[in-house]
Design a protein around this ligand. Sequence first.
Ligand SMILES: Nc1nc2c(ncn2[C@@H]2O[C@H](COP(=O)(O)OP(=O)(O)OP(=O)(O)O)[C@@H](O)[C@H]2O)c(=O)[nH]1
Ligand SMILES: [Mg+2]
Length: 327
Amino acid sequence: MFGWFKKKKKDIPARDEEKKGLRQRLRERLARTRDSLAAGLDRIFSGGRRLDQELLDDLEELLITADLGVATTAEIIDHVDRELRGSGEVDPARVRAIIRERVLTYLKVEDRAVTAPDNGPVVVMVLGVNGVGKTTSIGKLAHKFTAAGEKVMLVAADTFRAAAVEQLKIWGERVGCEVVARPDGTDPSSVVYDALDSKAARECDVVIVDTAGRMHTQVNLMEELKKIKRVMGRKMEGAPHEVLMVLDATTGQNGISQARMFNDAVGLTGIILSKLDGTARGGIAVNICREMAIPIRFIGVGEGLEDLREFEPEEFVRALFDEGDRE
Ligand SMILES: Nc1nc2c(ncn2[C@@H]2O[C@H](COP(=O)(O)OP(=O)(O)OP(=O)(O)O)[C@@H](O)[C@H]2O)c(=O)[nH]1
Ligand SMILES: [Mg+2]
């Protein structure tokens, strides 16, 4: 989880049973991507193979299909080729291990140091294009924090889409935290200003700000986000402490250009990769880490309150490549 959050909380070690259950659930939720990757490898090697161009092409196609992206795939294939050169019949377990190891290296992006303020809340700004799962992820995130005993406030700075405010309020009720909202059409920065100005905000541990995914034009959206960010900084020193972009795992490679756009405009500290449960193309996680060097902080694996997981590269790779009952 967030470094600042970890530092504050005493670690409550999950029981082994519990951990096993969570791991199993992650495996189930990532089943489609695992099928595409690990089972795909099994299919390729079902008849025994030698290292030749045809084999490399098959592997390339497999990785592209899982959405690892052209450049990342090329690098991995190159690596496989170099490692296996000179060997006769190829050992599938070896290929799997090489790919797995490369993927893990890419996923381990250096964390961006985010320091919590000495007093006052940690301010988290959440953004992303429309429909990617911002509001849902915020609800789940709020649940995670409140369950750990943190006091959370949600701020509805999406005043553009009708019903957006209502949706956030419903999450607030489910989770049991305050939601600051103004009528539709209010300037989002003024909602944020008022929220951060309040005594209630200063008494919170975490303030999470929901933003709009759609504006009249994309340029407007970026300008609005920049403005919200400026206002936060003026109101509270160092805010926003976290800028998290939500990326829909089913969007494919277009997600990379979204991440670039938002990163250029406001600077991202992390990514929430949503909807991994519904896709065979979870390889986007690998490509986004390699291309952007921005850490994935959380993954969304369903629509329920508990369906937001901290992203842990080792666990993710294990869920994608390993047999179920191992370790
Ligand atoms: N299966 C699945 N569905 C998800 C996940 N995260 C969000 N969703 C669904 O995606 C849809 C859109 O989610 P929202 O949270 O409203 O997305 P948003 O980015 O806030 O949308 P706008 O405010 O319109 O820009 C909803 O139906 C969510 O239930 C996930 O991890 N898995
Ligand atoms: Mg929303």
